[in-house]
Design a protein. Sequence first.
Length: 610
Amino acid sequence: MSGLPASQPESEQTSPIARWPQQWFRRLSISNKISCGYALAIGVAVLGTVAGTLISGYYQRQAELEAQQAHIAGILLKDLQIAILQARSHQQQLISLLPQPTAWQEEYTHFLEHINTVNILFKDAKSPEFSASVAELSQLVNTYDGVTESYFQRFNELLKQINLSNLQPEQIPKIQTSLLRFTNSEIALRFDSLSNDLTNISKVALEKEENAEVALQAAKNLGIIITVVSTSASIISAALLAIYTSRAIARPLMGVTQVAQQVTQNSNFDLQASITSHDEVGQLAASLNQLIQRVKSLLEQQQVESTQQLLQAEKMSSLGRMLAGVAHEINNPVNFIYGNLEYANNYINDLLTLINIYETELPNPPISVQEKVNEIDLEFLKEDLLKILKSMEVGADRVRHIVLSLKNFSRLDESQVSPVDLHDCIDSTLLILNNRIKKGIKVTRSYSNIPQIEGYTGALYQVFMNLLSNAIDTLDEKFSQHSQQRDYEQGTPTSFAAFSPEIIITTKQLDQHSVTIAITDNGRGILPNHQLKIFETFFTTKPRGIGTGLGLSISYAIIVEKHGGQLTLESSPGQGTTFLITLPIQHPIKKTIVPLTALATEQRILNLVE
């Protein structure tokens, strides 16, 4: 840009007509200048290439046509010559095979086939296409027109005089003499001369084909020369335009590049690029300044968010420890209750046995005792008391399992590899989610005999919690969608058997080194374009405020990065989804690993609290 004022005095000395192209070109923006340069260079190259292609293409097509016609004519002449020679050979073999009728008949069949081939090829040689390709061929056709028909007709007339079925041995020499005389007859010799003339014409066709190939190569060379010349002209014009435009582009860009490098190397986001023009380079400098300010603002915001995440992680970690403490405190009284239920059951059984003995030994108790027995309904009390004890045992056992699941889920800072029973993990997760599952969702567990794996128990609990929660969510959505379409009769919902929510959990040992867990639902499925981004952080298909977009991304990181496994999915919209987990039985990296990030910890706690 600095070179423009210096060239102004020289332009003032030129005429207005000469100055107009320069002024017009200077008024163009940089993009338009580059476009004009490219258009000129490409135009020259395209014009030369098109001209070379058209010119050389025309001559190439002519040469290819001539070569093709000469080649086809040569093949036809060669085939015709071979057919003639074979026909003559079989005709001569017939003389010696007269004493063998079967062999003679077979040889005669071959003779007819080759005569038929000769007639077909000779007819093709008469076509204008072949006559035009080789001029000598037309003269040959005219010379020998009708020779093949006459040859076959006379030979056939001769054969009609021979009765092979009643042929006597003394007649054979006479017939052989007759056939030999035909072999040396004028029409047979003329038939032979056709083969000799075909040899000469084949040489002419080969020469024409070679000449056409030479012409074809010359046409290709002409196209290459034109293309090379046009390409060279376009390269020269492009180089000249590049030298001119580089002065208006390169120097300002170097200044902007230096500012960008200083910002990158020194992390000094207070630097600003100088704006010396209002063209694209000036716009680039202004955009760079805006980008520097935006990056500075984002870094400051990221620092604030990092601080908040650290505080949140500490808060969630404290919450996890508190949750473990609460589970421990609940576990103690539950153990007391569960342990004493056995003694209480024994004592009550003893009392009931004692009452039965009293009833046996004293069949007629006092009236006051009989009235009390009727008042308390002793038989019902005996039956119901055992049921109450059983229900208390079941409830206490269920509380123990829930407490155990809470203790497992509270392992937020687990960093050591330990043996993991995947079936226990899945069952505990289903127990935590039982309040949602029991709302009409069928859970099918197809467990195989798989070994324990080496892994992080708490992290795997989180994976199963995320996948099963997502499966329940999609089943609820699909069930709600179907429920809105149900018909009602007399204010009562009709039976709705069109959709039965179901989750299928399948485990199996893939080989001696790995196991697989498949979690399948028959929910709404996932769209193909969403499947490509399903494991990305913060990507969610749920409404705002419901999904965080962290569950699947964290699960993917746990399976792939922490355990060296694989997490894949197969889904058909409207049919359902299958998440397939592949885990190594022996952990690939037996060393301390940094716990999950603050976002992962928070997401696990939120799932558990929910």
